[in-house]
Write a protein that binds this ligand. Sequence first.
Ligand code: ADP
Ligand code: MG
Length: 346
Amino acid sequence: MNNLPASFFPRALLLLSIIFVYASCAAAKSAEATEYLMGTRVFIRVAPCGRDAQADIQEIIQEIRRFDAAASAHRENSFPARLARDGEANFTNEEEKSILLPMLREAFAFARASGGAFDPFIGKLSKLWGFSSLAMRAEPPRADEIAQALAASGHQKLLRLDEDGMAVARHTELDLGAIAKGEMLDRAAARLYAWGYRRALLNFGGDVYVIGDRIDAEGEPWRIAVQHPRKAQAYLGVARIQDGAMATSADDERFFIHEGKRWHHILNPFTGLPASEAVSASVIGPRAALADALATALFVLGADRGLALLAQYPGYHALFVFMSNDILQERMSPGFADAAGWKAAE
Ligand code: ADP
Ligand code: MG
């Protein structure tokens, strides 16, 4: 399993029964689609609402494809690829700008707010560690390679970000992997709300956005199980959410084991090594982009410093799992259990 990009294994298992539904909007079957996009599994399920639900889902999927083409560092000629090549990239058209500019602004504002724990300029480092390629490394990079990639990272390397595009310091590379799924979830949810959908579930690689009640149970919130970070087929507990997002960053998503040690894909931008303060961090809140970015930052910061950062974001709550004396421990932010309707697994 450690040779596969692990986001093929959804983090949040959705506990639900499907099929016939009695939606408040229209009594109908649910419509759904699964695709591999943005390097992960994208799942969309909606209760039809007087529209062609399958066509609407396909429109969202097309939008994700365009988003990925513009935002992925791994696609030729994408914005991050042009930026890496030239140190500068301008938006080539209005659509590219409308996709990227709000996300870039949020990413850099949050990078500063997180004191650099969230770093959109982690690109050189994440390429060096190689977690996004299909062929996983067998051992960690050398210290001098890490030092070199680290020197090219850090949000302070931003020289310009404006309506035209952006410019960066030499060798610096953009990686939006820790916010892009959340951003796309918010865009997809906004479309569904605007089209009048009242019940839907969006699961993009384990980051989830839900609209309204569960499709199969009127008046019931969606149930989102958080995967146990060390036991396959087990979960930590179940969150019950009605309109909002849940994002998880965990060290068992993409990793390799070398000499008994786990090396995973969430990097500490201060050391250039995989972050070691947490095993998993889940965040719930109204917007998926912020929940996604927060989950990554909280993972890097660990529970103590992470909770201090989280306190600046009303409406966002977190569950941390970390290792202490070789034992997995959990810690919740003060509002998490209530806001998530949390039910711990027995
Ligand atoms: P996932 O994408 O697996 O759900 P995350 O949201 O935590 O998990 O994003 C991890 C990805 O973000 C990594 O694969 C890498 O591309 C990038 N990344 C790793 N560490 C950081 C960091 N400290 N800040 C910002 N992005 C990061
Ligand atoms: Mg994230």
